[in-house]
Design a protein around this ligand. Structure first.
Ligand code: C2E
Ligand code: MG
Ligand code: MG
Length: 460
């Protein structure tokens, strides 16, 4: 009987050990399923489960909660340039730095790719949230030592709070994502807290988005033209085509509103082609010495198919490509620099010029600008406003002009509104100018009389 008992006991202990092992294994599996293998941070799945728990706790206790979505600017070029193993190392080090923020009430996760997220359940007054945001961005701005040279990237962070802004999990995520998009658009600041103005904008954007999805792109969109003038001769060098939308539902919507939305929802490429066709058709009627400048979205250059379609439109129009400049906005959104370089290369080989628009407002490095094989720089309006009273703007424009000279690029100054500004620019040697002082954008019908008037001006 004793030996039977002993056997049974042994079988029982084996069973218990097996159960414990199985439990340990399933715990390990659960842990692995919830962790990001590269950084060791909680993964997307864990993030959403913590968010759900934290929201129910916040709801129950009547407390505030903040969600931050973080995206690295400049990660893709590192990956492309140095290879995936260096890209992985960079993400690992970003993960390590973010781990350092962990504290009670702060959860950090990697959502995938170069996206990370934070949940703050304590100390969630706006100022404290922004303070943490600033800390995160400053921390990631510090150079990373991965290869022989230090690598610098930048983080953008969008934050949304519950319950004052967002009412549930979907909204808090969506609003943080909207704030992230805004922070990328803001050229100077890296963190952005979703506010009631954003909420209004979001509702307005949703209306624009719906109308844009339904819009008849051929019929509702057209272009107007703003002259670029040589300040020495007062002659018109070219006209810049600027998109206009007359929506039957919303009335006139400015491009500053519909272009970013068209870019976000992927309509921009379908919009670019009819606008370019219209602009080229209009420009056929001008004297040969008058050029056309047309704004392309970085999203247009990012797709090889779209670039091909653009080239087809230019070739099909019969317009001399040497009279055409394509403007690309200087933006941190240039992700795939190699593709943009290819696109520019193709357009340049056709004979088109390439201008970098809104120059000076973004963080593009000089080497990036150099690698783009540009022909012109357009200095942004923000440096021109009140330049005669603003020594900082004066110095910036002066050095941007020197830079363009050094790079053998032509330079256009945008947004000249007053004679005083023009005089200050003249003293800096600016020749090509554009702005309300010279002319606001005009309709195609007005370009003929404009040219007649300005071509009749005495030169010199
Ligand atoms: P941008 O290409 O830098 O164009 C200059 C903008 O400044 C135009 O605004 C123009 O009307 C405005 N502007 C010109 N002179 C002055 C001035 O003296 N003072 C002030 N305050 N503003 C001046 P608009 O037409 O509203 O276009 C805004 C932006 O939308 C453009 O900036 C460009 O980035 C984008 N955009 C316009 N048309 C197109 C297009 O066909 N395709 C794409 N992708 N983007 C476009
Ligand atoms: Mg432009
Ligand atoms: Mg501009």
């Amino acid at each position: 009987m004793l030996s039977t008992l002993q056997n049974q006991y042994q079988a029982f202990t084996e069973l218990v050990t097996m159960q414990a092992n199985t439990e340990q294994l399933s715990n390990e599996n659960r842990l692995l399923a919830n962790l990001d293998s590269l950084t060791g941070l909680p993964n997307r799945r864990q993030f959403f489960s913590v968010l759900e728990q934290s929201l129910s706790q916040a709801r129950a206790s009547g407390t505030r909660l903040a969600v931050g979505l973080l995206d690295l600017d400049g990660f893709k070029p590192v990956n492309d340039l140095y290879g995936h193993s260096v890209g992985d190392k960079l993400l690992f080090q970003v993960g390590q730095r973010l781990q350092g923020l962990r504290a009670p009430g702060i959860h950090i996760a990697r959502l995938g790719g170069d996206e990370f997220a934070l949940i703050m359940t304590e100390a969630v007054h706006d100022e404290q949230v922004l303070e943490l945001g600033r800390k995160v961005c400053a921390m990631l701005r510090e150079p990373f030592l991965l290869v022989d040279i230090p690598i610098q990237i930048k983080a953008s962070l969008g934050i949304a709070t519950f319950p004052d802004m967002a009412a549930n999990e979907t909204e808090v995520y969506e609003y943080a994502d909207y704030a992230l998009y805004q922070s990328k658009g803001q050229k100077r600041s890296e963190e952005c807290l979703f506010s009631s103005e954003h909420l209004n904008q979001l509702h307005g954007d949703a209306l624009i988005e719906q109308a844009l999805r339904r819009a008849d792109l051929q019929a509702e969109f057209f272009v107007v033209f703003q002259p670029v003038v040589d300040n020495r001769t007062r002659r018109t060098r070219c006209f810049e085509a600027l998109a206009r939308w007359r929506s039957p539902e919303l009335g006139t919507v400015p491009p500053s509103q519909f272009i970013p939305i068209a870019e976000r929802i992927g309509t921009i490429n379908r919009l670019t082609l009819p606008l370019l066709e219209k602009a080229l058709y209009a420009a056929q009627g001008w004297p040969r010495e008058i050029g056309l400048s047309f704004n392309l979205s970085v999203h247009d250059c990012a797709s090889a198919d779209v670039v091909e379609a653009i080239i087809e439109v230019i070739n099909g129009s019969g317009f001399d490509p040497a009279r055409l400049d394509l403007e690309i906005t200087e933006t941190a959104a240039i992700q795939d620099i190699a593709q943009v370089q290819r696109a520019i290369g193709l357009l340049r080989r056709m004979g088109c010029g390439i201008s970098l628009d809104d120059f000076g407002t973004s963080y593009s490095s000089l080497s990036q600008i150099h690698s783009l094989s540009l022909t012109k720089l357009k200095i942004d309006r923000c440096f021109v406003t009140d330049i005669q009273h603003n020594p900082a703007s004066f110095k910036i424009v002066k050095s941007l002009i020197a830079l363009s000279l050094g790079m053998e690029l032509e330079c256009i100054v945008e947004g000249v509104e007053t004679l005083d500004e023009l005089a200050a620019l003249e003293s800096l040697g600016c020749t090509l100018v554009q702005g309300y002082l010279i002319s606001a954008p005009i309709s195609l019908a007005e370009t003929g009389p404009w040219l007649e008037r300005t071509l009749a001006l005495p030169t010199g």
